[in-house]
Design a protein around this ligand. Structure first.
Ligand SMILES: NC(=O)c1ccc[n+]([C@@H]2O[C@H](COP(=O)([O-])OP(=O)(O)OC[C@H]3O[C@@H](n4cnc5c(N)ncnc54)[C@H](OP(=O)(O)O)[C@@H]3O)[C@@H](O)[C@H]2O)c1
Length: 343
């Protein structure tokens, strides 16, 4: 019965200016709904936290998805359990990939659900075996196209996307240089993820340290960040370098009411033109129909063989989601962030 299932929901309470604050979120509780004919009731086991959520908190969204309305439940991918079913395609107890958002329970008509079968670590379907891993695969292999012996530089090198990018570039025989925040992440990048070198973007002189780490220049730069990291990379790009433009998280919290920093556009344009660089933005949603099946086949094999290691940062409790998203936007995460809501 619905009365026995209190549904906690985290809503967008205010639009952030700059970095989100706890007060931009509000949690309330109401009874979980009952499924109508054709619907299932889902209980959230794991909630994915991703940088795009910050973009959806703004009044004007990023274009590929509508912004979250004020007072609406925050959106997000989930691994959920079917706890009541009036849809013959789904059985009670089944685990599915869903978009149930920041709440304990949600209804679905089944159209957006993918059964996860008996996947032993289902939260990986939100990380390396799901959207972020797929983003790394398409961005690096289809757009970056690294060749053996080339130098690949990866921003946010230990994060959900970056950690997979680095390992895939290594599988292709490239020399891989990561850029990450802090010595602990850099050590992890080299010792666990197999980077040839990793540089701390918070320490001084990134430009000269990056030049020393890339004596043959940079052939592929996987852009996740923008900001100072991009500034350091630009002068080192080789002729015909490729730049998969995946994200620019250093700017997501920029308060648009603040005065603009020095104009970097001429330097960017001059580099793209003079070095004949191909910079290509992509949105991973566009690639599922064509490429997801090959990604699933390749990635499950690489993970099974131990050639790709997937690192998760698991946070316990739905109520911790706001703090965990704020932490992710500041680089406090270590690998793919998932919230364990009901394990
Ligand atoms: N195009 C697409 O379809 C698509 C799909 C998924 C993700 N993305 C993008 O991919 C990027 C990575 O996403 P993710 O899910 O893998 O997140 P993540 O890398 O696991 O976490 C974000 C990381 O960004 C770094 N960061 C934050 N602020 C920074 C700053 N000011 N300067 C430098 N680094 C900063 C931090 O790492 P450090 O501590 O190492 O600095 C932080 O841990 C994001 O830009 C995201 O928007 C794009």
């Amino acid at each position: 019965m619905s009365e026995q299932r209190p549904n906690r929901r985290i809503r967008l309470a205010a639009r952030p200016r700059g970095l989100p604050a706890q007060s931009d979120f509000r949690m309330d509780t109401e009874p979980a709904p009952e499924p109508a004919d054709g619907q299932v009731l889902l209980q959230t086991r794991f909630l994915s936290l991703d940088p795009y959520m910050r973009n959806l908190m703004d009044e004007v969204g990023p274009g590929y998805a509508p912004p979250v309305g004020l007072g609406q439940t925050m959106v997000g991918g989930t691994v959920s359990r079917v706890v009541a079913s009036r849809n013959p395609r789904f059985q009670v107890g089944e685990t599915v990939l869903s978009n149930a958002g920041w709440q304990d329970y949600a209804l679905s008509d089944g159209a957006d659900l993918t059964s996860l079968g008996d996947l032993s670590q289902p939260s990986l379907a939100l990380g390396g075996l799901g959207m972020p891993g797929f983003t790394a695969y398409v961005g690096l292999l289809d757009i970056g196209q690294p060749q053996a012996g080339e130098t690949v530089v990866v921003a946010a090198a230990t994060g959900a996307v970056g950690s997979v990018v680095g390992q895939l570039a290594k599988l292709k025989g490239a020399r891989i240089v990561g850029i990450a925040g802090g010595p602990e992440k850099c050590r992890h990048a080299v010792e666990v993820l197999g980077y040839d070198a990793c540089l701390d973007h918070r320490a001084p002189d990134l430009e000269s340290r990056l030049a020393a780490a890339c004596p043959d220049g940079i052939d592929v730069y996987f852009e996740n960040v923008g900001g100072r990291v991009l500034d350091a990379v630009l002068p080192l790009l080789n002729l015909h370098a490729r730049v998969p433009l995946c994200g620019f998280i250093a700017h997501y919290n920029q308060d648009h009411n603040e005065p603009a920093a020095m104009d970097q556009r001429p330097q960017l344009l001059a580099t793209l033109l003079q070095k004949r660089v191909r910079m290509e933005g992509f949105i991973i949603l566009d690639h599922y129909a064509d490429r997801f099946a090959s990604f699933q086949r390749d990635m499950s094999q690489w993970v099974g063989d131990g050639r790709v290691v997937l690192v998760e940062d698991v946070v316990d409790g739905l109520e911790q989601a706001p703090a965990a998203l704020i932490g992710l936007l500041q680089g406090r995460n270590f690998g793919k962030v998932v919230v364990r809501v009901a394990g």
